[in-house]
Ligand binder design. Structure first.
Ligand code: COA
Length: 264
């Protein structure tokens, strides 16, 4: 058995979080749930990290919750069962609310909670042939804590079909639904992730965090409230040191200080 989670720094500014239980197709139990939650909290607060890649070791990205663990809860007291489910919710929330952009590197299978992890990535890149799905009903359970994240990502229409049929679908369907953003041959997965990272590293770090929040909230609040918030946000950002540097760099035809010498 390998350690359930690996942290790597593949290039400056980038952290790679690797689910590392390949023998169980990276199914997550309480230990992996706690480690993943802690890892995202730490990376979110680490100023040296500007983007995070979430990947799975081996044949599959993630087979969802470890069914042996899920089954075991029958012996738990109700409060313990509830606490365990809350920890699972906290894991998805930690990835979803991470202030750094999160890029999913998805291959093999992403089922149940694995599809939930794809849903909480900001950009998901999948290998051709990847199978995705919310298979829970076929096990007599439900896509519980992942449901708000999946519905927010793909909308009620896809969620109603996927949650009820439990069918596995391919990366092309996930692409059409907006669950993933590009599909490439498996051998090109890392190059595609790098291409996304190149783009993300051109963004001002504070601007990325604020923009992620805007993308997550603006569709959910009434327009008047949204515009009031957006007005305050752009007023603050254009007057900020980062905003001033970014605009000055453009006008002076040079690279912004945070790009580490990379052009746009
Ligand atoms: N929980 C616990 N164990 C799991 C698991 C899960 N979610 N998914 C896979 N495993 C285990 C298998 O039982 C098997 O264990 P074994 O080697 O001791 O028999 C091992 O992982 C490899 O699985 P296998 O099915 O042989 O691998 P595969 O590469 O042929 O298929 C999957 C991979 C992910 C398509 C397949 O394992 C699968 O469908 N898993 C269930 C996914 C699911 O429905 N998840 C929803 C959870 S809510």
């Amino acid at each position: 058995m390998t350690a359930p989670l690996r942290l790597e720094r593949p290039r400056p500014g980038v952290a790679r979080v690797v689910l590392d239980r390949p023998e169980l197709r990276n199914a997550f139990d309480d230990v992996l749930v706690a480690k993943l939650t802690d890892a995202f909290a730490a990376l979110g607060a680490d100023p040296s990290v500007r983007a995070v890649v979430l990947a799975g070791e081996g044949k599959s990205f993630c087979a969802g919750a470890d069914l042996a663990w899920m089954k075991r809860v029958v012996s738990y007291a109700p409060e313990e069962n509830q606490r365990d489910a809350s920890a699972l919710a906290a894991m998805f929330l930690a990835v979803d609310s991470c202030p750094k952009p999160v890029v999913g590197r998805v291959q093999g299978a992403a089922l149940g909670g694995g599809a939930g992890l794809v849903a909480v990535c900001d950009v998901a890149v999948a290998a051709e042939g990847t199978l995705l799905g919310t298979t829970e009903v076929r096990l007599g359970i439900v896509p519980g804590v992942i449901s708000p994240f999946v519905v927010r990502k793909v909308g009620e229409s896809h969620a109603r079909r996927w949650f009820l049929t439990g069918e596995r679908f391919d990366a092309a369907e996930a692409l059409r639904a907006g669950l993933v953003h590009s599909v490439v041959p498996e051998g090109e997965l890392d190059a595609e992730v790098d291409r996304v990272l190149d783009a993300l590293l051109l963004g001002g770090p504070e601007a990325l965090a604020v923009s992620k929040g805007l993308a997550q909230r603006m569709g959910r609040v009434p327009l008047g409230e949204a515009l009031m918030e957006a007005t305050g946000v752009i007023a603050a950002r254009r007057a900020s040191a980062e905003g001033q540097e970014g605009m000055r760099a453009f006008l002076e035809r040079r690279r912004a200080s945070w790009t580490g010498g990379r052009g746009s």
